[in-house]
Design a protein around this ligand. Structure first.
Ligand SMILES: Cc1ncc(COP(=O)(O)O)c(C=O)c1O
Length: 358
């Protein structure tokens, strides 16, 4: 048995003709930066996500950075966020000189604890930055400062609730480009306008730099590929949810008390299907020996990252996130996965625990 964690070629095969035609169209047009492909994708994305505006960006990382630049994350300000996320979330805060304030996670959802986030807000707070981890919407705390959503993993899971949401189209995301790409969703017209300025060195008109920016632009080729794939997103999300349902059925009949499943929330878009078990490392080795690919998101919480050691946290500061990092294991759930795979994988997990625990 060989079940890879992700199968990029199989996923692309389903839309290969449309993607090839989209790339050829851009090559024939000779317009590679900005232009109708980017504008067309932005309109389609905003409509698909129920937001007034979508601003294409070079990556999810740059979407967060541009938002932070616009919303005044700087020396002396704080951004309240979760330690259980990809580094880009916190990197955007620290690169702008602001201080990340880590609060612990909700133990069930693995997302920012909204009460703890609210309690951590004060006079210096520039934003709260929840992450819809693995495709499950985080609760949004009731706070006076702007809420910026890191929706890199959660396209389609929930309508926009903060001032803006950052999306990533990294190739393995639920909507993936053929390289790096991202976007910001917002209902705020002036924020959308400022972001289009910031993503192009703050220049308007050309070579007249009215604000500090960078090169955070979405390529025309990536926009055309994403526009070709966007109409399939709902079907791919449905496929992910169907795999999740198969996992749940298989786990229920295996009656494994040792394994915790992710919350059964209808909004979940299952960017990842993440189980928890204290026997994670041994289980992962067992599955690898059986040819089943898994991943760990994430092996350590960001409040303990060496790159952030100037921020005063230590082991024990966020105990729920720390425990989660020792227990989480992501199982294969990409849309091209065989419908038989969840039952086979759960059978292998069952045989592991039967062998270990009797
Ligand atoms: C939670 C989270 N935030 C931000 C990012 C950054 O996105 P990108 O890789 O497109 O820069 C990612 C993805 O990789 C992510 O998973």
């Amino acid at each position: 048995m060989k079940i890879p964690f992700f199968d990029m070629k199989a996923e692309l095969a389903a839309v290969r003709g449309d993607v090839d035609r989209a790339i050829a169209r851009v090559l024939d047009s000779g317009v590679f930066i900005g232009g109708p492909e980017v504008e067309g994708f932005e309109r389609a994305l905003a409509a698909a996500c129920g937001a007034r505006f979508a601003v294409g960006m070079s990556s999810g990382t740059d979407a967060l950075l541009a938002l932070g630049m616009e919303l005044g994350w700087r020396h002396g300000s704080e951004v309240v966020t979760t330690p259980l996320t990809f580094f880009a979330t916190v990197g955007a805060v620290v690169r702008l000189g602001a201080t990340p304030v880590f609060v612990d996670i909700d133990d069930e959802r693995l997302t920012l604890d909204p009460d703890a986030a609210q309690a951590a807000c004060g006079a210096l707070t520039a934003a709260v930055l929840p992450v819809h981890l693995f495709g499950l919407p985080a609760a949004i705390p009731a706070v006076a400062c702007p809420v910026v959503e890191d929706a890199a993993q959660s396209i389609g899971a929930a309508p926009l609730r903060g001032v803006a949401a950052a999306l990533s189209f990294f190739p393995t995301k639920n909507l993936g480009a053929v390289g790096d790409a991202g976007a910001v969703l917002t209902d705020d017209e002036s924020l959308a306008d400022c972001l289009t300025l910031v993503r192009s060195h703050g220049a308007r008109p050309r070579y007249h730099h009215v604000t500090l920016g960078g090169n955070f632009r979405l390529d025309a080729i990536q926009a055309a590929v994403l526009a070709a794939k966007l109409p399939h997103l709902d079907a791919w999300t449905a496929a992910r949810r169907a795999h999740a349902a198969r996992y749940r059925v298989a786990f229920a009949s295996a009656s494994l008390d040792e394994v915790r499943l992710p919350p059964d929330d209808p909004a979940h878009v299952y960017h990842q299907f993440v189980i928890r078990t204290p026997a994670r490392d041994a289980l992962r080795a067992h599955l690898a020996a059986a040819g089943i690919g898994t991943e760990i998101y994430y092996p350590s919480p960001l409040h303990l990252a060496p790159a952030l050691e100037s921020v005063p946290y230590r082991a024990g500061s966020c105990p729920r996130a720390e425990r989660a990092c020792a227990e989480v294991l992501a199982l294969p759930i990409h849309p091209a996965l065989s419908p038989d795979a969840p039952a086979l994988i759960v059978e292998s997990i069952r045989s592991f625990f039967r062998g270990v625990g009797g």
